[in-house]
Design a protein around this ligand. Sequence first.
Ligand SMILES: Nc1ncnc2c1ncn2[C@@H]1O[C@H](COP(=O)(O)OP(=O)(O)OP(=O)(O)O)[C@@H](O)[C@H]1O
Ligand SMILES: [Mg+2]
Length: 415
Amino acid sequence: MAFLEVKNYMKKFGENEVLKGISFSLEKGEVLAIIGSSGGGKTTLLRCLNFLEIPDGGELRLGGEKLFDAAEKKQNSDNRIREKRLHFGLVFQQFNLFPQYTVFKNITLAQTLLAKQDYRRRKEEFAANLREASKSERQLLKDRQKREIYEITAEMKSRDKAAAAEHRAELKKMRAEHAAALKAVSDAQSSGPNGTDKAEQRKIFAELKEEQKKERANVLAEYEKERDSAAAARREMLEQKRAEYAAALEKASRIPALSAEEKKARKAEQREILAEIKANQKARIEEKAESLLARVGLSEKRDSYPYELSGGQQQRVAIARALALNPDILCFDEPTSALDPELTGEVLKVIKGLKSSDSTMIVVTHEMEFAKNVADHVIFMADGVIEEEGTPAEVFEHPKSEKTAAFLRKSSEEI
Ligand SMILES: Nc1ncnc2c1ncn2[C@@H]1O[C@H](COP(=O)(O)OP(=O)(O)OP(=O)(O)O)[C@@H](O)[C@H]1O
Ligand SMILES: [Mg+2]
């Protein structure tokens, strides 16, 4: 099964259908190049893959698991989307670095925020653990009893509801049957031989009606009897249970599980573990940032600000920043088109250098040579659809579609 599977992605802006059912798949470690003329929907597709836009239709699977389904609206709350987004990294055309932060902080910022969240979660877990551990046997028992009583009554309520529904359904069915029976009698009477005693007929009809009424009243009485006796049995059972619970509570110890000293010691222990977690997080984030900076050849710019860097350098920082969150798929939106030609090479070299068995990339590019050399698969997009796709050799050397051929001719003329 493919690593990434996109099925029938659709996106509209107002009346403008920008993605009209985009489907493709990608293996782990593959590089996909997306080419196509301006306005064809390439950026929109990348933004939809990163959930910066939410597709109106379609599905996305990653590593065999369904990550997104436009039809499942409940799954697409802001929080869930934020989590999903972490699977993807996006490098923008205009770099989009934070101008007020150094290179190092730009790279570590998102990870630091995530680490803080994680730390807070651990801290809350510890506090809850301490609360629980400080309770006496009696308190723990009381909590458990409360939960049990709650569960029992909830279950009873739902059983009552089911019984009432069943009763209503039975009565409804009976009413329909009774009405049909009355109608049959009345039909038979009116089509019967003339001269039958009308008064006699009315009497028979009225008797049947009365009988039916009684039958229904019996059903109702039966139901009410059962309901009331079940309620009485339940009251008795609950009373007994409460008495049992109270007796058990009497026997349970009121002494807190942790003495004041023990509690203090546990707290100190927790504090130490938390401090260690924090230090580890920091070390891990910094180490990672250093190694990414080395990877994009910018170790010496660690403490510079974006305005002190060339466009190519800024873009390389943006690449390091995207990699810092270990995305499953790294997307580039024309990473070199805002750069002077002499800076394009260094960025393309970095991207080419990222190609490995475990980094899966999608690159929207106007650099046809780069696409030819680096991509495993090429998609040509036009007017919101995939006009053609294949290996670079297939698409660039032997385009099947006239649109693709025209686009390639035009872009080679521009060079
Ligand atoms: N946020 C938006 N609101 C309204 N329309 C949008 C929005 N984003 C994109 N569009 C429209 O969607 C269409 C496709 O735009 P998109 O940016 O995806 O094209 P593209 O293939 O990336 O083009 P380019 O090669 O010029 O970058 C355009 O008609 C554009 O006007
Ligand atoms: Mg674009």
